[in-house]
Design a protein around this ligand. Structure first.
Ligand code: CU
Length: 290
């Protein structure tokens, strides 16, 4: 999907950066070319009908219309192609996204909590367990309401605006919202999912290229919707470890948590450990929230 992806480029699709994205691009491109062919076909037919049934040649209305088989064949072909597109491509592709999640250990699970007008990210930290969250604990410094008494939450990482993930590892994002319906949309990853208060909606993707990508809210969610943007940074495994370490230090510095080392995903090789006593690193990335 590069040379032939003319329409996708014309529509302003950013280059794909996820493992499944080429399938989305393929079906988008094909559908647009097909719609183009339909548009030209029906336009020609429309002009033909205007001329063929003009008043001069057809002074009295004919209530039976065209009797030949061509229009039936044409309409049947269109229905057939659309059925193939829907049943053969769109539904299987959708089902794969919705039903075939990567196994739990393999994926990186992150909670995405939307609010007017930003995305918050909650990572489980070194113990791999998400701390309990409760709305009664929500404050400016604790946007997700992490329970300070829950030991599982001591090493959790919470960030706002910027999320880092490692390249070539499935990311499972569980979406929820604190206020209204938002939509976590990663155009470069060819994935989006609604963030609905009271629901936990999982989506997943595997980034295949390192870089910085845009995160946007895909649902009109209020006056500040236009500014509800964020950043997804796809790191090399080493850079990702460094980011985790930095966030853990910032979190430790901010809340005095007793996490002794930087959190590491289960499947990665060990990264250098950092003593907790080290002062918080300078805030090169967005302000720590916890
Ligand atoms: Cu929004």
């Amino acid at each position: 999907m590069n040379r032939l992806a003319l329409i996708n480029e014309f529509l302003g699709q950013p280059p794909n950066a996820s493992s499944h994205g080429y399938q989305i691009d393929h079906i988008l491109e094909f559908s647009h070319w097909f719609m183009g062919a339909l548009f030209v076909g029906w336009s020609v037919f429309f002009i033909f009908v205007l001329i063929r049934f003009r008043k001069r040649r057809q002074p009295a209305a004919d209530y039976h219309g065209v009797r030949g088989p061509i229009s039936t064949h044409l309409e049947f072909s269109v229905v057939l192609i659309e059925a193939v597109l829907l049943l053969g491509f769109a539904i299987p592709l959708w089902a794969k996204r919705v039903n075939q999640f990567p196994p739990g250990k393999e994926g990186l699970v992150v909670h995405v909590v939307a609010q007017q007008f930003s995305f918050n990210y909650h990572l489980p930290g070194v113990d791999g367990q998400f701390g309990r969250r409760d709305v009664s604990f929500v404050s400016n410094s604790n946007p997700l309401g992490l329970d300070p008494n829950d030991p599982a939450g001591k090493d959790d990482i919470v960030t706002t605006g910027e999320l880092h993930v490692p390249v070539n590892r499935p990311v499972i994002a569980e979406l929820s919202s604190k206020d209204v319906i938002h939509d976590f949309f990663l155009p470069s990853m060819r994935i989006a999912g609604d963030a609905i208060p009271g629901s936990l909606i999982p989506i997943w993707f595997t980034p295949i290229k390192t870089g910085t990508y845009e995160v946007i809210c895909g649902q009109l969610c209020g006056l500040g919707h236009y500014g509800m943007k964020g950043t997804l940074v796809v790191d090399t495994p080493q850079d990702y470890q460094a980011w985790l370490k930095e966030r853990a230090e910032l979190a430790g510095g901010a809340q005095g948590a007793s996490s002794p080392s930087a959190p590491q995903p289960q499947s990665s090789p060990g990264a250098p450990q950092q003593p907790q006593s080290k002062p918080a690193a300078p805030a090169a990335s967005p302000t720590p929230q916890l």
